[in-house]
Structure formats: structure tokens, C-alpha cells
Design a protein around this ligand. Structure first.
Ligand code: DOR
Ligand code: ZN
Length: 342
């Protein structure tokens, strides 16, 4: 097949920051996607309904035809009134929990998940989805094991205690996460990034360290990479597209203490198309990219369509923003699929 037309997709996990960089990166996303779940981990995190609404308006000013699906940064002030205000705001679609210290701007995250259960209970009764960065923050746990330990220590209990709570285990990176989601109740789902399908830890660490392949959860050994790929290709509606595209400038990545995050938004849908095609599953792309996520979030499918064609598609070496450089995922490589611009 050399051309495919699908319902315009949604990116169900996206970081866009704020200010000028937001204005640049959201336009890249909006070319391919109709909507995106917008992560709340700004330098000053989005902790309540008012902040989420102001952020929503800021994004809309830049891309009026795009639909930002806002999220709130899980915090201890989410009492019943705060959750009511969040629920009333139609642009908010979930609450994202970061264990403190696990990733970018997570310092104000949660120190004790066991203390969050009354909020989970309230979210369940109000049908507000819980989005999880599923890694423990215990520094004594090996960084390659932090997702598995999070599942065993917390996620099993959360899902068992709140069977009606919609839960997204974000950016899954291990076979254990895939197995958990497959076996969990129907309200548990997971997003899958391009990097966790394309990379394993050799791509990060072998033959020299590759800071632009560094993200969190860190990419694992190839058996895990295969499990993630198979999950995406399985056609199971619990697995859907979420890029976790997360811009950091070049100098922040190429540093003695480099930031975690891969900027894939520039060519995201083309990368996913290539992966599905290489596994002879291009026909499953539309479900994964445009339907399963919408169904989970109780949204209708988008009415617009996009067309992708088989064509050499060069990924630029860099993008200039604010006199700084952003290095896109797969910079300098040639993709085999290209978005057709009408
Ligand atoms: O690699 C990552 N970058 N993982 C995250 O969880 C956060 C993200 C960011 O915001 O930079
Ligand atoms: Zn993320």
C-alpha cells in the first residue's frame, strides 16, 4: 500500500511547555493531530481548574482549530470542591500523577501514593481519569526496574480498589506493563510512544551515549521493546497512541546532566505509520491512532481525515526556536511515510 487515509488522529500524551516554544511545537502537532492530552508539568505546574483554563486559552490562541485536552497535576489540594471545579470545566480530561522526582518538573509531585486513595475514590465517583507516570521514585531501585516496581507496589492495589476508575499507565516501557494492562479490568489502558517501540537500551548506551534517545521511563532491553511493539500491533483497544513528545533544547540534552525527553512531535504520525507498515499492520494504524484513545476518553471520532503517502521524508537535523536548537527524534534520518498536505 502506498497511500492511506485515516480519521485525523489524537495524541493522547503530549508536552508542549509554554511561551514561544509552545507556539512552535503545538503547530507541529496540530498539522497531524486534531486533539492532544496536554501534560501539566510546566515549571509552575497546572494544579487547578483556573490554571488549566488559562493554559487552554493560551494554546487556543496559537492553534484555534486544535482541541487541547487539558490535565491537572495531581496534588494534595484536590479536595471535593477542587474536583468539582475540575469536573465542571469541559476542557479537562484527567489528572496526571507524578511520583515526586521521577521526571521533568516532578519535584512538586506525590511523595506518598498511599495517602492519595481518598482522592482516587473521589475521582472514581466523579469519573475523572487518573493518568500515571508509573515509576517509583525510590533511589535505591534500579532505574530499569522502576516501572515494574511501581506496578507491583501501587498499581495492582489502585486498580483493584477502584474498578471503575479510568486509569492510563502512560508511556509503557516494559513487558510487565503490557501484561498488567492486558490482564487488568477494562478501565485500564496505556499509551505507547514511538521511542519505546523503536529503541532499546543499546540505542541509548552502546557505541557512545546518545542523549537525544534519553527519556523517562528509560528505554529497556530489546525483549521489552518487542513486547511494546506487539502490544501496539495487537489491535487491543487498551493500547493507544501517546507520543510523550517532550521538547528540551539541545544544550539541555547534550549536558553533563541531560534532561529526559524526546521531541517527536515534528513527524510523529509519520513515524508511527512507518512502524506499523514495517510490521505489515498499517491497517491497524487508524484504530490505534484515531479511535482507541477517543473511545477511552469518551470522545467522538474526529470528522477530519489525513492522508499519508509512501515517500522519502527527511527529518531535519534541528529546529530553531528562540535562537536555540531543538533536535527532533530521528534527526537526519529519512522516514518512508509522509503526511500529505492538502
Ligand atoms: O522523558 C520524559 N520527558 N518523560 C517524562 O515523563 C516527562 C517528559 C518531560 O516533560 O520532559
Ligand atoms: Zn510525558
Amino acid at each position: 500500500m502506498n497511500e492511506i487515509t485515516i480519521i485525523k488522529p489524537d495524541d493522547m500524551h503530549l508536552h508542549i511547555r509554554e511561551g514561544q516554544i509552545m507556539q512552535t511545537v503545538i503547530k507541529h502537532t496540530a498539522k497531524q493531530f486534531a486533539r492532544a492530552i496536554i501534560m501539566p508539568n510546566l515549571d509552575n505546574p497546572i494544579i487547578d481548574a483556573e490554571m488549566a483554563y488559562n493554559y487552554f486559552l493560551d494554546i487556543k490562541k496559537t492553534v484555534p482549530d486544535f482541541e487541547p485536552l487539558m490535565t491537572i497535576y495531581f496534588n494534595e489540594h484536590l479536595n471535593n470542591d477542587a474536583l468539582d471545579r475540575i469536573q465542571k470545566l469541559e476542557c479537562v480530561y484527567g489528572i496526571k500523577l507524578y511520583p515526586s522526582g521521577v521526571t521533568t518538573n516532578s519535584e512538586k509531585g506525590i511523595r506518598s501514593i498511599d495517602d492519595c486513595f481518598s482522592i482516587f475514590e473521589n475521582m472514581e465517583s466523579k469519573d475523572i481519569p487518573l493518568l500515571l507516570h508509573g515509576e517509583v521514585n525510590d533511589p535505591s531501585i534500579d532505574i530499569f526496574d522502576r516501572e515494574k516496581v511501581f506496578i507491583d507496589k501501587y498499581l495492582v492495589k489502585i486498580c483493584k480498589s477502584f474498578p471503575k476508575l479510568r486509569v492510563v499507565l502512560e508511556h509503557i516501557s516494559t513487558k510487565e506493563a503490557v501484561d498488567f494492562v492486558v490482564e487488568a479490568h477494562k478501565n485500564v489502558a496505556a499509551t505507547i510512544t514511538p521511542q519505546h517501540m523503536l529503541l532499546n537500551r543499546n540505542d541509548l548506551l552502546s557505541g557512545g551515549i546518545k542523549p537525544h534517545n534519553y527519556c523517562l521511563p528509560i528505554v529497556k532491553r530489546s525483549s521489552h521493546q518487542k513486547a511494546i511493539l506487539n502490544a501496539a500491533m495487537s489491535g487491543n483497544k487498551k493500547f493507544f497512541l501517546g507520543t510523550d513528545s517532550a521538547p528540551h533544547f539541545k544544550h539541555q540534552k547534550e549536558s553533563s546532566c541531560g534532561c529526559a525527553g524526546i521531541y517527536s512531535a515534528l513527524t510523529a504520525i509519520e513515524i508511527y505509520a512507518q512502524i506499523f507498515d514495517e510490521h505489515n499492520e498499517i491497517n491497524k494504524l487508524e484504530n490505534f491512532a484515531s479511535k482507541f484513545g477517543a473511545e477511552f476518553y469518551k470522545l467522538s471520532y474526529n470528522s477530519d481525515k489525513i492522508t499519508l503517502i509512501k515517500n522519502d521524508n527527511f527529518v531535519p537535523n534541528k529546529i530553531e526556536v528562540e535562537n536555540q536548537e531543538l533536535i527532533p527524534f530521528l534527526a537526519g534520518e529519512s522516514l518512508k511515510w509522509q503526511l500529505k498536505i492538502n
